[in-house]
Design a protein around this ligand. Structure first.
Ligand SMILES: [Zn+2]
Length: 245
């Protein structure tokens, strides 16, 4: 049987990991974590900040969907868990992120949008970065009063084009043409998880699982808070975020 020699590319991940840690000695990466309840505008600000810092955003949701679409072992496992109504174990999640961060595009850093979601993930993330010679640069908390969040999500429209994913608000930020994305002209829709009953559940999960991260990162000296309500314009929030760098 023909056995392909694996030598030239033997464990390319390892080679790349070493190369990257050397690169990180010279050029310190920026890793940014956004913490905030659903509807706080993290996704929108993440995209704007990514353009400003010239680093990509990382969405665990997107990474999971890609594993599933590609039918990888992890993707199959994820599908099974989701069908059983379970969440991905934190170790699996961090493994997927670790693999993704090896891509060249993240060598200068990345904005983690919606991750970590609990203390255990935060600890795993810290350990993973530390092992590779990096660390979080900053954790930005988006503090928005709950009634404002509920209002935002109830009227939120999301672009159906996954590459775009921009969001609009029927009252505060309506699209120029009703039901059509200003940016890419794709159809807008209400995400199923923006339905009121689901929003309540998401907020409850945030309060119990994710909000404790705020104290956790404050203790580590990494936390900065940006406050906004529904009278605060997006540009004001973005300016406040950019001023932290
Ligand atoms: Zn769009």
């Amino acid at each position: 049987m023909f056995v392909r020699t694996a030598y030239p590319t033997e464990n390319p991940q390892r080679f790349r990991t070493v190369l990257r840690s050397l690169f990180w000695i010279i050029c310190k990466p920026k890793f940014v974590v956004f913490v905030g309840p659903p509807g706080a505008g993290k996704g929108t600000i993440a995209n704007e900040l990514a353009a400003f810092l010239e680093i990509p955003t990382v969405s665990m949701g997107d990474l999971f969907r890609r594993e599933q679409a590609n039918g990888t072992a992890i993707g199959v496992l994820l599908s099974t868990l989701i069908n059983e109504g379970k969440f991905a174990p934190d170790e699996l999640t961090i493994g997927v992120l670790k693999k993704e961060l090896l891509k060249f595009k993240y060598w200068r850093g990345g904005i983690l949008d919606g991750f970590p979601r609990n203390i255990n993930q935060a600890i795993l993330l810290g350990t993973m970065l530390k092992e590779q010679g990096a660390a979080l640069t900053i954790v930005i908390e988006f503090a928005v009063p709950e009634p404002d969040l509920l209002n935002r999500l109830a009227y939120r429209l999301t672009c159906s084009n996954k590459e775009c994913g921009r969001t609009f608000h029927l009252k505060m930020l309506p699209p120029k043409v009703s039901g059509v994305c200003d940016h890419c002209q794709s159809k807008l829709y209400q995400r199923p998880d923006d339905a009121p009953a689901v929003v309540e559940a998401r907020l409850a999960t945030y309060r119990t699982q994710t909000a404790p991260l705020i104290a956790f990162y404050a203790k580590e000296g990494l936390l900065k808070t940006v406050r906004a309500d529904n009278t605060t314009g997006k540009d004001t929030v973005l300016k406040a975020v950019i001023s932290l760098f």
